[in-house]
Design a protein around this ligand. Sequence first.
Ligand code: SF4
Length: 421
Amino acid sequence: MGDETMGMSETPREQRELPILQRVAPRRRAPTPEGSVGYGEPAPQARYVPQPLDARPHAEAIGEWREVLRETPLLALGARADALRRERAPADVVTYIVDRNINYTNLCITDCKFCAFYRRPQDDEAYVLSYEEIGRKIDETKALGGVQILMQGGHNPYLPLDWYTGLLDHIKEKHPIHVHGFSASEIEVISRVAKLPVDEVLRELHEAGLDSMPGAGGEILVDAVRDVIAPKKIDAARWLEIHEAAHEIGMHTTGTMMYGVGETWEDRLEHMLKLRAAQERSVARGAGRFTAFIAWSFQPAHTEMAQWDLPHGTGMDYLRITALSRLVLENVANIQVSYVTQGPKMAQVALRFGANDFGSLMIEENVVSAAGVDFIMPEDEIRRLIEDAGFAPRRRYQDYRLVEEGDSGCPCCAWRAPVAV
Ligand code: SF4
């Protein structure tokens, strides 16, 4: 309360005028008997008709990889991916990062059917965190050895570009840390509100202190799938375009995939091949690139799609996808497991199917936990799991450099974000 009151005098005018911005939600909501959801009624299941192979981009490669999947037993696929992983990343090391998810707002107008996290503008549970609250969370993160924050939120049309640049200035000045934040679809909304092109918005955010960009909002990069699960979100081409624009100004980003929403293997392969092609273009330009790929399965609880009859991802699916992502995305150096959605034991196994990174310690996580999944673990347990799988656990930074004793700060943004490690 004291912090909030003190912060008011420093609060930008735009922030004070919007009453919604003064509400701060608790970390996690208890689901109501009907499920604590951001929508009114469950959506009727939409019929999805996949495109024929020959109408797809990368049709030939999709066909070839489909054949590999059909002909290669799971363990052989895993061994092939494991061999490539040993070439691409330090063979005996599995990395992880100590960071915190900060979901600065849950107010969203995009109504993705797979999302349990967002709240509509009129919802009493809609919130925007104040700069001071975000600063407090960063200080806690740094005290625990955190080296970055992952900042993501809903598509909130009430927040102008100044709010974001003001926040980044505030962070870099008062709570310096690496900021990995704002997905491509958030960038699109910020640019629409600001009526500015995305590359200009990206440049302003980068100059204010945005260091790298997460891959959220990728879901499945096939428009026919996106039209069913998130019809108001940017299309696949725009998602890729925004990532490439970020790369062009020197920012690294990550690629992600959320599967198990009714898509086919052809869709999954098309998604990976589009990422691979984007990476080829970015690497050729020589600035930023995708540093890692992370896949996770759709978590249906409390979402509009909860009642849909979908073939949700199995453990074997997850291992096939992990192995395939290492093989198809051979130009992306790091493949991350998702212990938060798959559980720690499946994550351990995935380390032998091409993955080399255990992801984030996640001091706080709100999005997946809103869908009832909660596998957050202490650091000791993450290290134990990695060692038990036969690897040396090492802390890393966002750009995958290892944290070393005596480091004076995050090496990729030290000039503005010195951190104690
Ligand atoms: S996934 Fe993101 S954009 Fe979609 S409804 Fe949830 S918060 Fe909004």
